[in-house]
Design a protein around this ligand. Sequence first.
Ligand SMILES: Cc1cc2nc3c(=O)[nH]c(=O)nc-3n(C[C@H](O)[C@H](O)[C@H](O)COP(=O)(O)OP(=O)(O)OC[C@H]3O[C@@H](n4cnc5c(N)ncnc54)[C@H](O)[C@@H]3O)c2cc1C
Length: 418
Amino acid sequence: MEFEIPEHLRQIVELIKWFAKEKLRPLGIEYDKKQEPIPPDHPFFKEVKQMGLEIGTIGGGKEDGGTESGRIAERFGIPKDKSTMFATLSIIGAEILAWGDQGVTMSFPGPGLAAPPVRVMGTPEQKKMFFDFFRSSESPAWGAFALTEPGAGSDVARIRTTARKEGKYYILNGEKMYITNGARAEWVVVFATVDPKLGRAGHRAFLVRKGTPGFRVSRIEKKMGLHASETAGLVFEDCKIPEEQLLGGESYYSSKEGFKGAMETFNMTRPAVAAMAIGIARCAYEYTRDYFSENYLLNKVSILSAKIKAELERMKRKLDIARLMCLRAAYLMDMKQPNAKEASQAKAYAPPIALDVITKCLDLLGEEGSLEYHHLVHKAYRDIKVFDIFEGTGQAQRIVISKRLFANKGRPPEWLHS
Ligand SMILES: Cc1cc2nc3c(=O)[nH]c(=O)nc-3n(C[C@H](O)[C@H](O)[C@H](O)COP(=O)(O)OP(=O)(O)OC[C@H]3O[C@@H](n4cnc5c(N)ncnc54)[C@H](O)[C@@H]3O)c2cc1C
């Protein structure tokens, strides 16, 4: 086990740290105060694009330019093999960017959450069209992933957006909600059902282009936190989609494993989301630690000082444990080992710990903690709650984990992963 950031990745990590501190943090504070998403024409997004930090730009396979890790490897001259530790790098990067500002990070241009299903399920032609679009676009462009509906969140089998086949088209009808970057997205991966009675077997995913008649944005949500990020409601009314835009083509869905394969991409994103929660809490923790340190309170021998030091130590320890869980899930992924349980464990563990740490920061600051002066901690407190909700709620993760605890029945447990 190696806990150092490998030499060849340090340059990237340092660049991300600089960007998080100098760019994301001030912008995040500005838009948190404005309580609105950063507009798509903000010059910051051009900078993100120029730096090659768009989210999910690259699809799999040579036909569309290689893998994301391949592209990053090329840009920074690092090995393209297993030793790149791309999943580990993603976890480290996710924490640092969230430490800067997670609302801003979620609004980075690029295909975003639409990339994994296209990469896993798309036909070679669809991948080429989709990823080429983002690569060749001169101005920043966004993608979005639309699964959640008013009546279907954790239980995705309940989606009711319908896809009816008519000649060479599918007709979509239904509503999606809480869609990140949904209003600005040029392409949205929309999940619908050809028959609600079939459950998951009836699900289909479509590539839907902005401006298609029958597709409109119903609203931009007003949220408690993550203000810099846009969260939209989408409506489909007799929206006609050419059959070529059915992701993977009809044959893809005849294999039961097909859809499952796409969902497995979440084994990477769950630890990344957990790492983001750690980043937000680390921002509040460091702020509080420095505040007390700079005010010399901790140098005095007193019960109060001892109590504050003990609380800070506990916070740091919890965050370190949560980070190790994320790194374990990423390490297994880098080693091409199964990591579903470990990914869910990290996701179940980190957000409540992060909320706990941030709450403690406010507690320590006492009545003074309510002053505007400590805005950064307030923002962290409002930003963090959703991390126990999206990408699978805490309860949903615990169900996944507990199922896996019994999956090894009849086989000897391995000491580390049983
Ligand atoms: C800021 C933000 C951005 C988002 N971005 C996207 C996006 O880009 N694309 C997208 O598709 N979705 C997105 N979502 C939606 C998100 O994935 C859902 O909110 C999440 O899946 C939970 O679904 P729900 O809100 O319907 O809650 P529900 O599933 O209705 O859950 C409500 C509560 O019941 C609990 N619960 C549910 N089922 C069980 C069970 N079987 N056992 C025990 N407890 C249970 C849950 O844990 C939760 O506490 C976003 C949400 C937010 C807030």
